[in-house]
Design a protein around this ligand. Structure first.
Ligand SMILES: [Zn+2]
Length: 228
C-alpha cells in the first residue's frame, strides 16, 4: 500500500513538476526572488492619453518576464493561489500613491474608491479575477498611509456582449471597450476614484473606466505595462 502511495506521489510530481511560475526555478511555486518583485520594484507613473485629456497611470513593472509569467499563471492556474503576491503588488503601488502627494493636488476628495477593472462575463463566471486582489492592496496602503479613507468598490461593469480582449489587435481592443462600460452605483461628491487593472496595454480599458468615472477620477494603476 505504501509502495503504491509512493508511486502515485512520484507520478504526480513527475506529471505536475513544481517550478516557479515566474522564472522556472525548480522546487518553488513562486521562488523568493520572484515573490520579492511585489514589494521590491519601485512603482512609476506616466501620463496616459485619453483623447483630449491626460491622467496619471501608476505601474509597477513592464509586462515582461518574470512578471508576465506570474500574471498569466495567476489568471489561468486554478491550483495556485497568487492572491498574496497580487495584494502585495497593490500595497506597493498604494504606498507610492499615498506618498506621492498626488492625492492632495487639485482634488477635494476626502475619501477614495479603488475600483477594479470589470472582467468580461465569461471570466466573471468561469475564470479567476485577479484585479480584485491588487485593488485590495492599493486600498489598504492608501487608507493606511494617507489622510484619505479608502475602500474597494466593485462599481464598474462591462455590457454582457463584450468578449475577452485576448487575440485582438490594439485597435480592436480600443474599439471593443469604447462605450461599453457603466457604473453600477453613482460616486458621491467628494469621493475620488482610482481605477485598477492587472495589465495596461493600449490603454483602452483604463480610458473607458476614466470616461465612466471622469468627474471623480484621480488616477489609474496597474501591475504591468505592456508597450507592444
Ligand atoms: Zn522565480
Amino acid at each position: 500500500m505504501s509502495f503504491l502511495h509512493e508511486a502515485a506521489h512520484e507520478l504526480v510530481s513527475v506529471c505536475i513538476p513544481s517550478a516557479c511560475v515566474g522564472c522556472g526555478r525548480w522546487d518553488y511555486s513562486v521562488c523568493p526572488l520572484c515573490a520579492a518583485l511585489s514589494y521590491s520594484l519601485l512603482p512609476q507613473w506616466e501620463l496616459l492619453d485619453a483623447g483630449n485629456v491626460e491622467y496619471p497611470l501608476w505601474e509597477l513593472s513592464d509586462y515582461s518576464d518574470p512578471m508576465r509569467s506570474i500574471i498569466v499563471a495567476a489568471k489561468h492556474s486554478s491550483r495556485l493561489d497568487l492572491s498574496e503576491f497580487l495584494f502585495d503588488c497593490g500595497v506597493n503601488i498604494g504606498l507610492s500613491i499615498a506618498q506621492s502627494g498626488m492625492l492632495s493636488v487639485g482634488s477635494d476628495a476626502t475619501s477614495l474608491w479603488v475600483v477594479p477593472a470589470p472582467a468580461s462575463w465569461k471570466r466573471r463566471l468561469f475564470g479567476q479575477g485577479i484585479t480584485i486582489h491588487v485593488a485590495r492592496g492599493v486600498a489598504a496602503a492608501v487608507g493606511g498611509h494617507s489622510e484619505v479613507a479608502c475602500c474597494v468598490r466593485d462599481a464598474c461593469r462591462l455590457d454582457p456582449w463584450v468578449s475577452s480582449q485576448a487575440g485582438k489587435s490594439s485597435e480592436q481592443r480600443r474599439e471593443s471597450r469604447r462605450g461599453r462600460m457603466y457604473m453600477t452605483e453613482e460616486v458621491p461628491r467628494g469621493v475620488g476614484v482610482i481605477g485598477v487593472d492587472d495589465v495596461v496595454a493600449s490603454g483602452g480599458t483604463m480610458n473607458e473606466m476614466f470616461r465612466v468615472f471622469e468627474r471623480s477620477w484621480v488616477a489609474g494603476a496597474c501591475i504591468a505595462r505592456s508597450r507592444q
